[in-house]
Design a protein. Structure first.
Length: 425
């Protein structure tokens, strides 16, 4: 682990910041300090322009419904984005990339379409976001599966504990690569190996991982990997479900409609005969969010201009700096240990002093910092199971990305200290 004080990013954080118009504008005389990238990463000017120019210059029928030149140009944007996503994840082929509306829809797709048979157990963990927990909870309610939930310890999954739940009846292990509350990263290599050894498939939620770590799906070797474009600085309303081609083609249907069939014919036997396309098209029914494709392609291009290892070192140094400093404040407690958290991109903490009000602290961050305000996130972060396990009503989360600086960390920690002193003395 690199020490917080010695890391010098070999990319220019200032140059990156200049690409984000929202960091230049002011909100009623205040500039934004954005420590909420775990919710969504800010969008670069290029991403905004890519979406806008789609509407300005294309914006017509696509999706192979028409064959005119405009439709071909629109379709080309989808094809480019699919290839960009495949390259970004180091997938073997663009056919392994299914577009969804986000991580949430990607997980719902797998939960709905996975061919559960006599293997019908799904193992997940209490770290899962509701986007992962609820689709499988609902499948269990419908009696399609049996759900087993591995309890984490101090925000980390113990692979040995998880392994105890994975057996001959396990169809799928669904697990986050990086929790949106506990931070750090989960030991997935071991978990994937063990699950495969027992004949189970693995679905990885990469929503909080892929922007700040990158992902090589061939090395990870999970069967399915999901992420949302907006979490890497791309457009809202677009997600990626990577799946090994053979696994995607084993899935049943999820949503069906226009654009998913090879043929529909009267069969002469009453019911028409339907022949579906192969993955990925089979899963992408309906006219899609075409404007998002060039924006995703641009977000991936932009992210790839930031070298992976220095980006990781930069984010680690910010996390460690924040975690160590917050740890010194007696009125709150950090979830986890600084060195471990530094593997991830966020720090969460919770009040231990009864006078510390998270709501008031948020107001303080908005209104009491002169010409700046700090955006963090407080609450249960759609991770209710984890908060229940930890017996916490809520946590405050500060999350970091390429455009954040040590000065912003210091401003935030300073504000936290001042608020705690004012509120709790
Ligand atoms: C770990 C994790 N998984 C899944 C999701 C769901 O992502 P989306 O709402 O973009 O579908 C989130 C969003 O915050 C998340 O943090």
């Amino acid at each position: 682990m690199t020490s917080a004080s010695t890391v010098k990013p070999s990319f220019s954080v200032d140059a990156i910041r200049r690409e984000f118009p929202v960091l230049q504008r002011d909100f009623g005389g205040k500039k934004l300090v954005y420590l909420d990238s775990a919710c969504t990463a800010l969008k670069s000017a290029g991403v905004g322009e890519a979406a806008a120019s789609f509407y300005r210059e294309l914006g017509g029928c696509g999706g192979k419904r028409s064959t005119h030149l405009l439709a071909q140009a629109v379709e080309a944007e989808l094809i480019k984005a699919r290839q960009a996503a495949a390259d970004f994840l180091n997938a073997e082929s663009a056919n392994e990339i299914v577009f969804t509306s986000g991580t949430t829809e990607a997980v719902n797709l797998v939960a709905r379409a996975f061919p559960f048979d006599e293997r019908r157990e799904v193992v997940l963990t209490d770290l899962e976001h509701n986007a992962v927990f609820l689709p499988f909870y609902e499948a269990a309610q419908r009696k399609e599966i049996e759900l087993k939930i591995c309890r984490s310890k101090n925000g980390r999954v113990d692979p040995d504990e998880l392994a105890k739940l994975v057996g001959d009846k396990t169809a799928l292990v669904a697990i986050t690569h990086a929790s949106n509350v506990a931070g750090g990263v989960q030991p997935l290599a071991e978990i994937v190996r063990h699950a495969h050894g027992r004949g189970a498939r693995v679905l990885v939620d990469d929503a909080q991982f892929v922007a700040s770590h990158r992902e090589d799906v061939q090395t990870l070797n999970a069967d399915f990997v999901a992420f949302s474009a907006h979490k890497i600085g791309g457009p809202f309303g677009l997600g990626v479900l990577y799946g090994k081609e053979v696994e995607l083609n084993r899935l049943r249907h999820y949503k069906v409609g226009g654009g998913v069939v090879k043929s529909v014919k009267w069969s002469g036997k009453g019911m028409p005969e339907v022949v579906y396309l192969d993955a990925p098209m089979r899963f992408e029914a309906g006219v899609s969010n075409f404007s998002a494709y060039p924006a995703l392609t641009e977000a991936v291009r932009f992210l790839k201009t930031i070298p992976a290892a220095p980006l990781r070192a930069h984010i680690s140094s910010l996390v460690k700096r924040a975690a160590e400093a917050i740890d010194e404040i007696p009125e709150v407690k950090v979830l986890g240990k600084a060195d471990d958290l530094a593997d991830g991109s966020l720090v969460s903490f919770y009040p231990v002093h009864k006078e510390f009000s998270v709501t008031d602290f948020n107001l303080y961050l908005n209104h009491e910092l002169g010409d700046r305000f700090v955006a963090v996130r407080a609450g249960e972060h759609c991770a209710h199971l984890l908060h229940q396990s930890l017996k916490l009503d809520g946590t405050v989360r500060a999350s970091f990305f390429a455009y954040n600086t040590a000065d912003e960390v210091d401003l935030f920690v300073g504000a936290l200290k001042s608020y705690a002193k004012e509120a709790c003395s």
